[in-house]
Design a protein around this ligand. Structure first.
Ligand code: UDP
Length: 480
């Protein structure tokens, strides 16, 4: 075999910038710090080519990309949801993945790293003698709930599903519980079209050789410890916290209107408001949030997105008209009345630069995990306003485990203007606000230590890389 070629790692990258950005960052570190040749496999027809190109174009030459053929999308049942569609896509693409992993005459890959939706490839990796790892671009909490789901179905026949209980113990604090309503979408109800896929994914987790999570020790300390014990006891594969992977601000344009506006605001005075790339507020909630920001009396920078007309908080992939103007949905006179102390921008802001700007004081966030880590890395406390996917669980981690967020009360998902104003004032001026602001400073220091030369996340990835290099390669089936 060609022993001079660098060892190869094949990574599966699910669609969406929120998935692909941390996958790209992991690939970059494996290539530049550990000498691997990495192939990131994307999903043609499901991912947005412009997003893929933007994220993948900054990678070093030793990171290649490959794409699973879009033909695998044919006849996927329309009712299985976005997650189910990705699961199914990867499952149908196994023959293609097989040739990528086997290496066609050269050495087989040193490792497969699949993500949340790609674990149907784990048995294939095992068959080829390739270590199979799962990279979750989120938290330990996600691995934890997947384990619960698998345990609940340990003796269930395929297709026989049970609901998760009303609450789960959440390792991370004394008597901390994850309530049923805070569990991720797809996990709360066995009738959900995604539930079957999530259960089958979860059942495969015990057979992974290891997990990588985009988190760090101090973020979820008790979780990290409990997983370490379980790995030592052989009760569950090891989970390596290798984060936080966040984008660098140099990836963003610095000549934006909102940065110029921030330059004119006093230090630590502005509340940044954004709900990520896939979230949408209802029309009524958009108006209520506006009224609450106005009533708070504080300065704000709000990235306004098109409200959802049908009340669905998940708008990823929704087709937008060219003339859609989200600012047109703000209450009459709102922009005039708040001129000078508030700025509303349509659709997009250079978020990493905004969070690291000295004028930014707090972040009203949907708690997407990338936004969460970007805020933590910038020492900005959070008002947690989760919308969909696993964001409610992230909000619990932020508010109750990490202690860097306040959570507004909501009434059936609706947050009143009074509550918006109160929680904004609290995080800016209040006593509880002072506690989370202090915790945000501590956690920022811990986050920057994680990737310092002797940092825990850097060492964890080094440990994984060493395992992959040492693993006996099953050379063309002739044994190790
Ligand atoms: N983002 C941005 N500007 C915006 C909205 C989002 O730069 O106006 C970036 C943000 O910094 C983050 C990503 O898009 O890196 C969103 O990922 P996240 O996991 O927070 O949420 P998602 O959009 O996947 O729900």
């Amino acid at each position: 075999s060609s022993s001079t070629a660098p060892p190869r790692v094949v990574m599966i990258g699910s669609p969406g910038a929120g998935h692909l950005i941390p996958v790209a960052e992991l690939a970059r570190r494996l290539a530049t710090d550990h000498g691997f040749a990495v192939t990131i496999v994307t999903t043609t027809g499901l991912s947005d080519p412009a997003t893929d190109a933007a994220v993948l174009s900054t990678l070093p030459p030793s990171v290649a990309t490959a794409s699973l053929p879009g033909a695998a999308l044919a006849n996927i049942p329309p009712d299985i949801g976005f997650g189910g569609t990705i699961f199914e896509f990867v499952r149908r693409s196994l023959p293609h993945l097989r040739s990528l992993l086997a290496g066609g005459g050269g050495d087989p890959a040193a490792a497969l790293v699949c993500d949340f939706f790609g674990t149907s490839a784990l048995p294939l990796a095992a068959e080829l003698g390739v270590p199979g790892y799962v990279f979750l671009p989120t938290s330990f909490a996600m691995v934890s709930i997947m384990r619960r789901l698998a345990a609940l179905h340990a003796d269930a026949a395929p297709g026989e599903y049970r609901d998760l209980p009303d609450s789960l113990p959440f390792p991370g604090g004394p008597s901390l519980l994850l309530r049923h309503e805070d569990m991720p979408d797809g996990f709360r109800d066995w009738n959900d079209p995604n539930y079957a896929y999530v259960v089958e994914e979860a059942r495969r987790y015990a057979r992974a050789d290891g997990f990588l999570v985009n988190s760090f020790e101090e973020m979820e300390r008790a979780m990290a410890e409990s997983f370490r014990h379980d790995a030592e006891d052989g009760a569950f594969p090891p989970v390596f916290p290798v984060g936080p992977f966040v984008r660098s601000s140099s990836d963003e344009n610095s000549a934006e209107e909102c940065l110029e506006w921030l330059n004119r605001q006093p230090a630590r005075s502005v509340v940044y408001v954004s709900f990520g790339t896939g979230g949408a507020l209802s029309v009524a909630q958009t108006a209520e949030l506006a009224a609450g920001l106005e009533a708070s009396g504080h300065r704000f920078l709000w990235v306004v997105r098109m409200p959802s007309q049908d009340g669905n908080a998940f708008a990823f992939g929704t087709v937008r008209g060219e003339d859609d103007d989200p600012l047109a949905w703000l209450p009459d006179g709102f922009l005039e009345r708040t001129r000078g102390r508030g700025l509303a921008v349509a659709a997009w802001a250079p978020q990493v630069r905004v969070l690291n700007h000295p004028a930014t004081a707090a972040f009203v966030s949907h708690c997407g995990w990338n936004s969460t880590l970007e805020s933590v890395s910038a020492s900005v406390p959070i008002v947690a306003w989760p919308l969909y996917a696993e964001q409610r669980m992230n909000a619990v981690t932020l508010a109750e485990v990490a202690g860097v967020a306040l959570r507004p009360r909501d009434d059936g998902g609706f947050v009143t203007r009074e509550e918006v104003a109160a929680v904004v004032r609290e995080i800016m001026e209040g006593e509880k606000g002072s506690t989370v602001r202090g915790r945000a400073r501590e956690l920022q220091e811990a986050a920057s230590r994680a990737w310092s030369p002797q940092g825990a996340s850097r060492r964890a990835l080094g440990e994984v890389a060493a395992k992959w290099k040492a693993a006996p390669v099953n050379d063309n089936g002739e044994g190790a």
